[in-house]
Design a binder for this molecule. Structure first.
Ligand SMILES: [Zn+2]
Length: 270
């Protein structure tokens, strides 16, 4: 599942390539992921142009010169391709946006669980879950003080607190494990049992982990705009159950299954 470093890399990639290029046409091929009719999608996008993309939590926003925006949640398996028309069309290509410069932006989703909304930019609140999102973890206004103040309202296990998108937006299951490892905090500890010093360390760990991961993902991102699972080879504990901890060498613990795996080091994370 794409997380913040992946979305940041996609955002940067597109901002260098598709902004201000007139859109020639737009076609919905598999309607289920698009929350607009094919006609509306075409009418709104054709002749329009993208402005600078931004991200909020797990949403990638493609603003349009007309005042509309495409708001994309990739969910488990959504991905983009940026190709020329002669590239073979993947089976689960849900929509294609053709630019005047000859490139196509294609959205592919093998499990068809992603969602793309077409809304007016001043009506983002219509996008489900948008209004409930807390501040993005990379929002400059989320200072250390603001973070420490805000986290007081949340009393549960610290990993669940990090995953709660109304607390802060942008941390998913994989990076929650990485951030807690970097901060040496056990994922099942209650927030109420964690000292202010540790919470301050957690704030730093969030920024450090996102920065190094984003840099690595951005380097590996090519025209296949999806961070597949193997792109995560650099993670230190997530999906590393049984392997030696990079700090102390003791085996990494794994609890849970599928999308809800939690990995941590019992020795390093207290
Ligand atoms: Zn360890």
């Amino acid at each position: 599942m794409p997380e913040l470093p992946d979305l940041e890399a996609i955002r940067t990639f597109f901002n260098a390539r598709i902004v201000d290029i007139p859109i020639k046409s737009a076609q919905v091929r598999i309607p289920i992921v698009v929350r607009a009719s094919g006609e509306e999608f075409f009418q709104t996008l054709a002749g329009n142009a993208f402005e600078l993309l931004y991200r909020r939590g797990k949403f990638l926003v493609f603003p349009l010169a007309s005042g509309h925006a495409l708001v994309v949640n990739l969910m488990l398996s959504g991905r983009f391709r940026y190709v020329t028309p002669n590239e073979r069309m993947a089976a689960k290509t849900c929509y294609v946006i053709t630019l005047e410069d000859g490139h196509e932006v294609r959205y592919i989703d093998d499990r068809l669980m992603g969602k793309t909304y077409l809304v007016r930019h001043d009506e983002m609140q219509q996008v489900p879950q948008w209004a409930e999102l807390g501040p993005d973890i990379l929002d400059p206004e989320l200072t250390r003080e603001a973070f420490l103040q805000r986290i007081r309202r949340y009393t549960g296990q610290i990993k669940n607190v990090l995953l709660n998108q109304s607390f802060i937006a942008g941390i998913g299951n994989a990076y929650a494990d990485e951030v807690l490892f970097a901060a040496s905090i056990h994922p099942y500890r209650k927030r109420t049992k964690i000292t202010p010093e540790e919470l301050s360390r957690l704030y730093d760990a969030i920024h450090e982990v996102m920065a190094w991961a984003s840099a690595i993902v951005a380097e590996r991102l090519e025209n296949e705009l999806l961070p597949r699972d193997e792109i995560r080879y650099f993670l230190r504990v997530h999906q590393r159950g049984g392997q030696p901890c990079p700090n102390c060498g003791s085996p990494i613990t794994q609890i849970g299954a599928n999308q809800r795996i939690t990995n941590f080091c019992r020795h390093c994370q207290r």
